[in-house]
Design a protein around this ligand. Structure first.
Ligand SMILES: Nc1ncnc2c1ncn2[C@@H]1O[C@H](COP(=O)(O)OP(=O)(O)OP(=O)(O)O)[C@@H](O)[C@H]1O
Ligand SMILES: [Mg+2]
Length: 457
């Protein structure tokens, strides 16, 4: 088995050495850091536990603890300190420390404490793994995400999949409607049949009939060969009508008849063919409005929308972004033959705060482009497309802009200017330090130092 990795953070090299020797003798792998900043920079290595000195120059133990909790909640942090007063201990526990040890560290307390911590670390991982397994049926099709909004959609998918009810998927472009249509088909008892899709938006009106119904040889000019229509192919399986709002009025009428009578004729041929299929449709338009404005047949609408499912836009389920991004990295790693494995927290933060008008498809493009751009094994902030990283990318609410004061003020000191800027950025970012740092264009560690210096937390 691999040796577990531990981090020791202490500005005192002698203390580092003591802990390192002790821990290595117990079979752990140990990395030492002189400051909280250095530890945060390396946190992607995912240590099983961090030993953190309380008093250090730079951002110090408490700020480092806060940052660790914010960025890597699963990693237990054991504080190592000279200070043994109740208040400090309570405060550290409130900030999320797993436990604390007094200097000089006593081996008989160190080891049990560490064992508990690493156990918890692997337990958290195990829970995550199980959660993932639960999603397995969906992930086979590649549906990724753990937001309540997506779970709600998948629950509906499960309920409807084995019935014959017509499903209408409604949602903005790029939200995953086609993926869900496939999930419904391949998860259903009709999966032995074919999944046949027709994109009504991509086929000119005049050809829609022949695509759907097929035709006899010579049925019209250009029909040089007989052709089997998609209805016939889909019989026994699923017909997916993509961009259904774009279906021509003539085809709408014919399709309605097929759905009512379960039979149809090929063009130029009057033998009746029986079909037995389930229909899934999708649109990013407001189909009810298309009906109200006379562009879509109302009776067909009710046939297709027996079971409507709304697919929420990505900005309403941002919790899905980390898993989606990891999924995209994995998907393109082989194609690009590039070992891009992770996304640095600052870049992830930008992904989390962008509003994604093009939804999952746009996220996929952004991560893909960044994978091509980056020269390292991680996606850096600067590799992301500019629209995602520009300060305007995160929408700011009206109320966050205080009305400018009218009275002329004397010039402020440089410290005062920095303090106000930092405080404002923190407020706008709702206390999220990496995001606030990004908005000011500062390195995270620089920003942490400012927060500490000006006592902003
Ligand atoms: N939950 C998800 N998990 C993994 N990949 C997803 C998810 N949702 C969408 N995608 C991916 O995003 C891209 C767009 O999805 P899809 O084509 O299904 O969207 P759509 O809603 O049909 O868009 P449009 O209306 O523009 O046709 C695809 O590459 C798809 O695989
Ligand atoms: Mg689509």
């Amino acid at each position: 088995m691999d040796k577990k990795l531990l981090f020791v953070v202490d500005d005192d090299r002698h203390q580092q050495r003591i802990l390192r020797l002790l821990l290595e003798s117990k079979g752990y792998r140990v990395k030492c850091f002189d400051s909280g900043e250095a530890c945060l920079e390396a946190i992607d290595e995912e240590p099983a536990t961090v030993f953190l000195d309380l008093v250090m120059p730079g951002i110090g133990g408490k700020e480092t603890l806060k940052a660790l909790r914010q960025e890597r909640e699963a990693i237990p942090v054991i504080m190592v300190t000279n200070i043994d007063d109740v208040e400090t201990v309570v405060e550290l526990v409130k900030l999320g420390a797993f436990d604390y040890l007094l200097k000089p560290v006593d081996e008989s307390r160190l080891i049990p404490c560490l064992q508990k911590a690493t156990e918890r670390h692997s337990l958290v991982h195990r829970v995550r793994h199980l959660e993932q397994e639960l999603q397995e049926t969906h992930t086979q099709i590649g549906i990724v995400g753990n937001s309540p909004a997506l779970a709600n959609v998948l629950e509906k998918v499960d309920k409807v999949k084995d019935s014959r009810a017509s499903v209408l998927l409604l949602g903005e472009s790029g939200t995953g409607k086609e993926l869900l249509a496939r999930a419904i088909h391949y998860g259903s008892r009709f999966r032995e049949g074919l999944f046949v899709d027709i994109n009504c938006g991509a086929i000119p009106d005049t050809l829609q009939d022949s695509e759907l119904f097929g035709h006899k040889k010579g049925a019209f000019t250009g029909a040089v060969e007989a052709r089997t229509g998609k209805l016939e192919l889909a019989s026994g399986g699923t017909l997916f009508l993509d961009e259904v709002a774009e279906m021509s009025p003539g085809t709408q009428t014919k399709l309605l008849r097929v759905l009512q009578e379960k039979t149809f004729e090929r063009i130029g041929d009057n033998t009746r063919i029986h079909v037995d299929l389930r229909v899934i449709s999708a649109t990013n338009k407001d189909l009810k409005r298309e009906v109200a404005e006379g562009r879509f047949r109302e009776d067909l609408y009710y046939r297709l929308a027996v079971f409507p499912i709304e697919v929420p836009p990505l900005r309403e389920r941002k919790e899905d972004i980390p898993r989606l991004s990891a999924h995209i990295l994995k998907k393109y790693r082989a194609e690009l033959d590039k070992e891009v494995k992770s996304i640095i927290p600052q870049a992830m933060d930008a992904l989390m705060h962008y509003h994604w008008p093009g939804n999952v498809r746009q996220l996929e493009n952004a991560v893909y482009q960044a994978m091509i751009d980056t020269d390292s094994s991680r996606i850096e902030f600067d590799s992301l497309p500019p629209e995602v990283t520009s300060p305007e990318a995160a929408p700011v609410r009206e109320a966050d802009h205080p009305t400018p004061r009218q009275d002329p003020k004397p010039l402020q000191s440089w410290d005062e200017v920095q303090k106000q800027a930092a405080a404002k950025a923190l407020r706008l970012a709702q206390g999220n330090i990496p995001r606030a740092a990004r908005q000011l264009g500062l390195a995270r560690s620089t920003f942490y130092r400012m927060v500490k210096k000006f006592g902003l937390r």
